[in-house]
Design a protein around this ligand. Structure first.
Ligand code: WTA
Length: 655
């Protein structure tokens, strides 16, 4: 049978309705049911969320007030007392789920471990006791810099258990980037491992921690080290402790601390439009509820599922949808340390087959890379256990969507394209797989309780067809509360960039989108100076700061350029200090310098040396022109504000 072409699918504007059998068994079974929920939530959001908070979560003490909205600052479930680690663990122990697999873990070399809810609870309690012995108190921050091993989740839950906010730093970040985050969060303890496996090589995490601490993170008193890769490492007496040593004597009982609903649960750093990453603050009750409900409905989590999110715990997706959302639901969450690599390009499909994975959630970048590797890898494995697929991180191109649907989903699995952000805590615009008909490339409709809109620069609603800024108009429980230590930046970045005449506060996400005649949202990408490389958010200013910190660089401007696999790639335009000559070695050195300052995810794909950068008369770099140049396009639009027009000719010639 011949496959329909992408053109024919798109031209027919084909809808992919939920398969009948899927819908019948789903939590939300029809578009009518979705609409009812949506309207109910819109009419009375507080009643909607309060009812769910009551039925879905366990509270030590009920709240006095559902919502306290002092724009842009919000409180949910005021004076409610709750602990997310209790909701993820303890409450399942009195049910049949006690001996259900909570975490299934597969290491890159092929080792594996399964932790039941009872086992996970025990290890979390042990570590919570260890943290306390190391002097960590409620409110103290803990840095977590780990590979994808169960101990990463255990450390997070142990923090939550005693009320010590964690800040997880992605293991791909450099020592320098780690240090900045530990300093900003004033972390008292760092939890790490000797190393992690990544594409058949060891990522020397502990070595990076040592460098970060030498570079200066004076608040760090202790370092806890999991033995994972077993190479020789330095252990600083008095400061560094092996996880397995301190675990030995620790009690497996540690009551969960009753936390205020608004106590900080974690800080997660994310890139913005300045050189300094923002510490996004999430609190306890609202985040617990929001990740729980979104995970349950958008992924239709059932007790029989083996649910696998391929994200790293260092990103928000790992926080919300590997650890907190699934465990709060009593689901089985799979964690995988590895990635497709030359020695095993089909490893993901081996894992699906080995554990009978039913729900698979990944990023468009990964899908495009897998497409390139060829269909024979998935085709030679049994993927028939899969019943639902998901994507996140960037707009998915219809070609990738169709491939995912056909080759991985066997034309039978709905695809949920979930649009959300570190700041939103959980899914905002997403299909509900038993209810929403999907369209390749659209994240479809807002989650119940989310009032999404498209506005112009004045913050006024516009006809979505023409596109505009994507905004959210009513607070929701999972939203960030502030930027750590910088309320003002929080206000400016998210709430004051777009201000309608009404004076109303609306949340601006940083993305552009349009809406079609069915009310479906199509997210087009960032409209600020943030680029999305392989699903990772990077601020152009961050990369520029890294480049200019090299002695040879006088000035740098960084833009994104379309890339077939990564979505976007980094192109850096660099002017050198007077005495330096551009050459290949210097290009390599500068790329390596960025890796050292930020991490491999920020390595520029291309460095273009230039004598000058195009600037306006007031000295602002005209990125629009650089973006066109980087993409190899003709420069369109107004160039009259350019200070020196000859710069463009030089760039065209020299680039
Ligand atoms: C982009 C990741 C289109 C978007 C959860 C957003 C998406 C940024 C989608 C947040 C999607 C995420 N379709 N774009 N389904 N999901 N994005 O904070 O630009 O790492 O603003 O959170 O990723 O990235 P973050």
């Amino acid at each position: 049978m011949s496959q329909p072409t992408i053109e024919s699918i798109l031209q027919e504007k084909r809808l992919f309705p939920p398969p009948t059998e899927f819908a019948q068994k789903a939590h939300i079974k029809s578009i009518e049911e979705y609409k009812q929920l949506y309207e109910k939530a819109k009419a009375d959001p507080e009643a909607f969320w309060a009812e769910l908070a009551e039925t879905e979560l366990d509270w030590f003490q009920k709240w006095d007030k559902v919502l306290d909205w002092q724009p842009p600052f919000v409180k949910w479930f005021v004076n409610g007392k709750i602990n997310i680690s209790y909701n993820c663990l303890d409450r399942h122990l009195t049910t049949w789920r006690r001996n259900k697999a909570a975490l299934i873990w597969e290491g890159e070399p092929g080792d594996s471990r399964t932790l039941t809810y009872a086992q996970l609870h025990r290890e979390v309690c042990q570590m919570a006791n260890v943290f306390k012995q190391l002097g960590v108190k409620k409110g103290d921050r803990v840095g977590i810099y780990m590979p994808m091993i169960p101990e990463a989740a255990i450390a997070m839950l142990a923090c939550a258990r005693i009320g010590a906010p964690h800040t997880v730093v992605f293991g791909g970040f450099s020592a320098e980037a780690l240090k900045d985050r530990l300093v900003d969060a004033e972390a008292k303890l760092v939890v790490t491992a000797d190393g992690g496996w990544r594409k058949d090589a060891i990522v020397p995490l502990k070595e990076q921690v040592d460098k970060a601490l030498v570079a200066g993170a004076p608040t760090v008193e202790n370092v806890l080290v999991v033995k994972r890769t077993a190479q020789q490492i330095h252990m600083e007496p008095g400061r560094d402790h092996w996880w397995h040593d301190v675990q030995k004597g620790a009690s497996g009982e540690c009551p969960a601390e009753p936390m205020d609903s608004e106590d900080m649960l974690f800080i997660l750093y994310t890139s913005g439009t300045t050189g300094k990453p923002k510490g996004v603050v999430h609190t306890t009750g609202g985040y617990n509820l929001y990740t729980h409900v979104t995970n349950k409905w958008a992924f239709d989590l059932q007790d029989t599922d083996v649910y696998w999110c391929t994200a790293d715990v260092g990103w928000i997706t790992g926080h919300s949808y590997i650890v907190y959302g699934p465990l709060s639901n009593g689901a089985t969450s799979l964690m995988y340390e590895g990635a497709p690599r030359a020695s095993n390009p089909g490893c993901l499909w081996d894992v699906v087959e080995k554990y009978g994975v039913t729900i698979f959630y990944t990023a468009p970048t990964a899908i495009r890379a897998l497409m390139k590797m060829g269909e024979h890898h998935p085709n030679s494995r049994n993927l028939s256990s899969l019943r639902l697929l998901g994507t996140v991180g960037e707009p998915i191109n219809p070609e990738a969507w169709i491939w995912y649907n056909r080759v991985i989903g066997g034309d039978r699995c709905p695809i949920v394209d979930t649009w959300w952000q570190t700041e939103t805590g959980g899914f905002m615009i997403t299909p509900l797989p038993g209810a929403t008909s999907t369209k390749p490339g659209s994240a479809t409709l807002p989650f119940p309780g989310i009032i999404a809109d498209i506005v112009n620069q004045e913050g006024e609603s516009v006809d979505g067809n023409n596109g505009g800024y994507l905004v959210i108009k009513h607070p929701w429980p999972g939203m960030m509360r502030t930027v750590y230590g910088d309320d003002d930046r929080f206000r400016r970045t998210y709430w004051e960039y777009l201000r309608p005449k009404s004076g109303e506060y609306i949340y601006f996400a940083g993305d552009g989108a349009h809406k079609d005649d069915d009310g479906y949202f199509w997210v087009m990408g960032r409209v600020d100076d943030v680029i999305n490389v392989a699903g990772h958010r990077l601020g152009t200013m961050e990369v520029e700061s890294a480049l200019v910190s090299h002695p040879a660089v006088a000035e740098a401007a960084v833009v994104g350029k379309p890339d077939e696999v990564k979505g976007e790639d980094i192109v850096a335009f660099v002017t050198l200090e007077g005495d330096r000559e551009p050459n290949e070695d210097l290009e390599k050195e500068l790329k390596q310098h960025v890796v050292q300052e930020i991490g491999a995810i920020a390595r520029p794909g291309d460095i273009r040396f230039t004598e000058d950068l195009p600037k306006t008369r007031s000295g602002k770099i005209m990125r629009r022109l650089l973006r066109s140049l980087a993409a190899g396009q003709e420069i369109a639009g107004d160039t009259s504000t350019l200070q020196d027009r000859s710069v463009l000719d030089k760039l065209r010639g020299g680039a």
